[in-house]
Design a protein around this ligand. Structure first.
Ligand code: ADP
Length: 368
């Protein structure tokens, strides 16, 4: 509601008082009766109290004192005690109304202040959440760069295998041709092996390309088993070289999952490469990958990577960004945090436990 300017308020109160005095004197002189119309004084007095608070008590002295003064001058019409009681009532009512008005003004200003504090807190909250978003974006960006770096290193390592193969087989074929040492079939066989290795290298490069290209998550119905097979095939030479036996225990009745193929591949790569690295100094090196369907569970598609390494004693910290126990330059500490984030994007989760080695259990919802 719009506030009346002070001048208008004072004017209204003054008019009210004048009307009261006019009516009171009219009734007084013409009808010789002041009882009813004397109460009209309460209107301007209460208005003044509402607008100006306790200060309005001073105004109550005017209608309160005038009859007393008149009585003292001997021109009063009523007994003195009557005028005194009326005056006291004017003052009391104005005072009470003033106190109530001051209180409610205080409450209103408290409410206003609280509202202002709330607005400041809200702005602070917004600022903090913007900062948090900015930092999350920065972390995601650096994670992605590190992820690319890690993958590039893994892929360069993988590319080395077919390139070494190509060099050997092509060298054999060349030697046989130059020295007239082998049959045409033997030369053909070596060239076919070169061909196979080229295909393998092309596949690795294609993976690397699709990883570099994709920034947005791209969900489609995917077969988890087929991504796992692809991952393990990709890591085959790496695992063989490290003396790791890979056991596949894949449930063929696994339903489809709404997922991003490349990202899930990245998760499985991270977990499998970690297992290989963890088992480097172990005698028995085995990685068992199990898939299972648990229809009663809210996340029924289960993927388990279990190794025979030393396990870990760092619990939940494993999934924190930059947590690593690997030598400087060997680990970024981002693999598992990225995997965790990727699974979160899929409404799934990843958990780690120890059971004669490390066990990483991934759970995903199945496709609706
Ligand atoms: P990074 O491999 O770069 O260290 P990760 O986030 O992939 O980063 O892993 C974080 C840490 O989790 C590793 O440094 C290691 O201590 C622990 N970890 C991951 N996988 C295994 C495993 N299979 N066995 C034991 N410890 C593991």
């Amino acid at each position: 509601m719009k506030k009346l300017p002070v001048v208008s308020r004072i004017t209204i109160i003054t008019i009210g008082m004048l009307v009261h005095i006019f009516l009171a004197s009219m009734v007084n002189t013409v009808w010789q009766d002041r009882h009813v119309l004397n109460h009209f004084a309460y209107v301007p007095l209460v208005l003044a109290a509402v607008w100006f608070g306790k200060k309005a008590v001073w105004l109550a002295l005017v209608p309160g004192m005038v009859p007393l003064v008149l009585a003292a001058l001997g021109v009063g019409h009523e007994p003195l005690w009557n005028d005194a009681i009326r005056g006291t009532f004017y003052v009391a009512v104005t005072f009470i109304a003033g106190v109530i008005s001051d209180r409610s003004r205080g409450l209103r200003s408290m409410a206003r202040q609280t509202k202002q504090h709330l607005m400041v807190a809200e702005a602070k909250h917004q600022e903090l959440s913007d900062m948090a978003k900015e930092q999350a974006a920065m972390l995601a960006h650096s994670s992605r760069l590190a992820e690319m770096g890690e993958m590039a290193a893994a892929m360069a390592h993988e590319l080395n295998q077919p390139l070494t193969g190509i060099r050997n087989y092509a060298g054999n074929a060349l030697y046989m041709l130059e020295e007239n040492a082998g049959s045409i079939d033997e030369i053909k066989e070596n060239l076919e092996l070169v061909n196979q290795q080229v295909d393998r290298a092309a596949k690795i490069i294609a993976q690397m390309r699709s990883l570099a290209r994709r920034a947005e998550i791209d969900l489609e119905p995917v077969q988890i088993n087929s991504i796992i097979r692809e991952t393990l095939e990709f890591l085959d030479s790496q695992m063989r070289l490290a003396g790791v036996e890979v056991v596949k225990n894949l449930d063929e009745s696994l339903p489809l999952v709404q997922g991003d193929r490349i990202r899930l591949w990245l998760v499985f790569m991270n977990v499998a490469v970690n297992a290989r690295q963890a088992m480097e100094n172990c005698e028995n090196r085995q990685l068992t990958v199990t898939t299972r369907y648990e229809p009663d569970h809210e996340l029924p598609v289960v993927i388990i990577f279990k190794d025979t390494g030393p396990g870990f004693d760092s619990g939940d910290k494993l999934f924190e960004p930059f947590f690593t126990t690997k030598a400087p330059g060997k680990g970024t500490g981002l693999g598992l945090s990225i995997s965790h984030a990727i699974l979160h994007e899929h409404q799934g989760r990843i958990e780690a436990s120890n059971d004669g080695g490390a066990v990483f259990t991934i759970r995903l919802p199945h496709q609706e």
